[in-house]
Write a protein that binds this ligand. Structure first.
Ligand SMILES: Cc1cc2nc3c(=O)[nH]c(=O)nc-3n(C[C@H](O)[C@H](O)[C@H](O)COP(=O)(O)O)c2cc1C
Length: 181
């Protein structure tokens, strides 16, 4: 990575934020900016209401509003895109972001947390919304189980291991890149 990278993520209960913040430490704050996508207006606080709202948005193809402190992607070639799995897909607000900030031919490094059911069709959606992007292997790990009352699954004690896993992921992507060029 020659230019600074951008880490941009959405989180509801903080798990994806922990991964994003740890990733910034791994990459170095001088090499990566960190920005959160915040829903505007904010989503429901009740879990089931949030699930229902997201299903409605998915069905209607509604793109929720959000705030993000970013004018353009021009300064970045590498975008680390963080999201939780929502209804076995991307949270709809990620589609809002990808619509407003087309990645073009940039390199996209997706990362994810989920409640134990994996990524669903999130990566297919990223490919669909970013047809020209170079999409690297996704980093994914278990986050919270809000449905069962556990909002945050990644504890402070888990951070050193998380940092190691993220460092390995970044290194393997860089190695892959060198093979290709
Ligand atoms: C609206 C909603 C839908 C969810 N759908 C799924 C799902 O389909 N599969 C899954 O494994 N986890 C699902 N989860 C759990 C989240 O992916 C998991 O708790 C994640 O770590 C939350 O990340 P965050 O703390 O960054 O918001 C859902 C959570 C919410 C709020």
């Amino acid at each position: 990575m020659n230019k600074k990278a951008l880490i941009v993520y959405f989180t509801r209960t903080g798990n994806t934020a922990v991964v994003a913040e740890t990733l910034q430490q791994v990459l170095g704050t001088d090499r990566a900016d960190l920005l959160a996508i915040r829903r505007q207006p904010a989503g429901p606080t009740d879990y089931q209401a949030e699930v229902d709202q997201n299903v409605q948005d998915q069905t209607a193809g509604h793109l929720p509003g959000y705030t993000l402190d970013l004018t353009s992607l021009a300064d970045y070639d590498d975008i680390f895109l963080g999201f939780p799995t929502w209804n076995m897909a991307l949270p709809q607000v990620l589609l809002s972001f990808l619509t407003d900030y087309p990645l073009g031919q940039r390199t996209c490094h997706p990362f994810n947390t989920n409640g134990g059911y994996g990524l669903g069709r999130s990566l297919e959606q990223i490919r669909q919304y970013c047809p020209q992007a170079n999409i690297r292997a996704c980093f994914t790990r278990a986050g919270g189980h809000e449905k069962q009352g556990q909002r945050v699954g990644i504890q402070p004690a888990d951070r050193p291991q998380l940092a190691q896993e993220l460092a390995d992921w970044v290194a393997s992507s860089e190695q892959e890149y060198r093979h290709e060029h």
